[in-house]
Design a protein around this ligand. Structure first.
Ligand SMILES: [Zn+2]
Length: 450
């Protein structure tokens, strides 16, 4: 599952080095003459400029304890979007906002080809961090500025995208903008109301959009040649293994079930221990069984019970009914199904032991999205050309790229998250790692264009 690439020494990518060397030579007269023989660590992107835009973006919705709260469809989000649109215009991009609020900035290509798309999101969760989404968004703009500085023309048109409401905290619509773009969500979402009593349609109007045209945000199949997104890992694997670049194999699928354990609520003082039907004691066994089953397999699959609801929930009553969800995630649907099979056997066993009855109903099923082999190998070659080690890993988090993979080849670049922390003010990725990721993104886009 894990691949480590040794620093570059094979034949095929020689072409690649000449390619980047030629860009370097075009940009700087003082490039060493042996640039074609050794990996060039030279950065094209301007790490400091990238840091500057990330720092500026972190001002929008800044929290006293660090990090940001920049929910999509909020005043802070609107201000941040204005900032980003300004950056795009400064970089010479032709900016448009689609009816779902997704921001696009186009840089023309020299040939009539489908678009190479890159970007991320700038909305955050409540008390979120400064890197989730922000890095991929600012790196996409940095990429354009770099191409302008180095006077590089691409064959494909390049487009920077900032997706709306990726976190989905507002209106409970995760990856909203990209889901609308692929037709997975439609006008049925417009009447949803938030706690201020405003509908999604109201907010889209505030964003200058006509919600009746929501379906115009759909991106036609064939119009995107590839999408590449740079993102923080949001997990501990890269840092733990001291690997600067992660190549995403795919975005995991997930299945969720709601389980109800039915026992019998009775007096806690007068019911002997051997005559009880304690739904909570049974559910406790079930929850641990989920963990055991998921841990029993090799790989990076995860399984979670996120909450329990206990009824009647009194200190002196034996719990008669317990509800809890089971969530399983992995790249491989067959593995999810196999784990579910084992979990069900364990639940049956508990039912017999505890004299209760358990039933589960599935309520969520998201298919995994595989990264495209060509995009993955472009990312690998780009990292190699910089002498950066890589690791293949899945994305355990939902991503906009997952939606777009339904209509175009998709790839994602991960950079380390310190201590694997994300969705927290403690989210941190070093400037070095941010710069590495942006440079790998730059080189990947040029390789795909080539
Ligand atoms: Zn994100």
């Amino acid at each position: 599952m894990r691949t480590r690439h040794t620093p570059y020494s094979v034949q095929k990518p020689r072409k690649l080095f000449s390619y980047f060397a030629s860009i370097c030579l075009a940009a700087t007269a003082s490039s060493p003459s042996n640039a074609q023989d050794a990996p060039s660590p030279k950065f094209h992107i301007n790490s400091q400029r990238l840091q500057g835009t990330l720092e500026k973006l972190s001002e929008f919705g800044k929290n006293p304890e660090g990090g940001v709260t920049r929910l999509a469809f909020s005043e802070t989000d609107m201000a941040a979007r204005e900032y980003v649109i300004g950056l795009m215009k400064q970089a010479g991009l032709q900016v448009r906002v689609d009816p779902a609020g997704n921001i696009f900035g186009m840089r023309a290509g020299s040939e009539k080809l489908p678009i190479l798309l890159t970007g991320s999101h700038i909305d955050s969760v409540l008390h979120g961090g400064n890197y989730d989404g922000d890095l991929g968004s600012m790196a996409a703009i940095e990429l354009i500025r770099t191409l302008n500085d180095l006077n590089v023309k691409t064959r494909h048109p390049l487009e920077v995208v900032i997706w709306t409401n990726e976190e989905g905290n507002h209106f409970g619509l995760t990856t909203m903008g990209s889901a609308v773009a692929v037709g997975q969500l439609g006008p049925e979402i417009l009447d949803r109301k938030d706690d201020q009593g405003l509908t999604l349609a109201d907010w889209l109007r505030r964003y200058g959009q006509d919600p009746t045209h929501l379906t115009d945000a759909r991106i036609p199949r064939g119009s995107i040649s590839a999408i590449v997104e740079l993102h923080i890992e949001q997990g501990p694997n890269l840092e733990e293994n001291k690997i600067p670049i992660g190549i995403v194999q795919g975005i995991v699928g997930l299945k969720r079930w709601m389980c109800t354990v039915s026992g019998f609520a009775n007096h806690a003082g007068t019911t002997p221990m051997n005559r009880r039907k304690d739904a909570l004691a049974a559910a406790s066994k079930d929850i641990l069984a989920v963990r055991e089953v998921v841990r029993a397999e090799d790989g990076r699959q995860v399984g979670t019970v996120g909450f329990v609801k206990v009824e009647p929930g009194a200190v002196n009553v034996i719990p008669g009914r317990v509800q809890f969800p089971i969530e399983l995630r992995d790249l491989d649907t067959a593995k999810i199904d196999r784990m579910w099979q084992h979990i069900q056997e364990r639940l049956k066993q508990t039912d017999t032991e505890e004299n209760v009855e358990t039933s589960c109903t599935q309520f969520d099923d998201a298919q995994p999205a595989s990264a495209d082999p060509t995009v993955k190998s472009a990312i690998a070659d780009a990292a190699k050309s910089l002498g950066l080690a890589t690791m293949d890993l899945p994305s355990g988090a939902t991503q906009d790229a997952q939606n777009i993979s339904r209509i175009a080849p998709m790839g994602m670049i991960f950079v380390p998250s310190h201590n694997g922390i994300s969705h927290s003010p403690k989210e941190f990725t070093s400037w070095q790692d941010c710069g590495n990721g942006a440079e790998v993104l730059y080189r990947t886009i040029l390789l795909l264009d080539h």
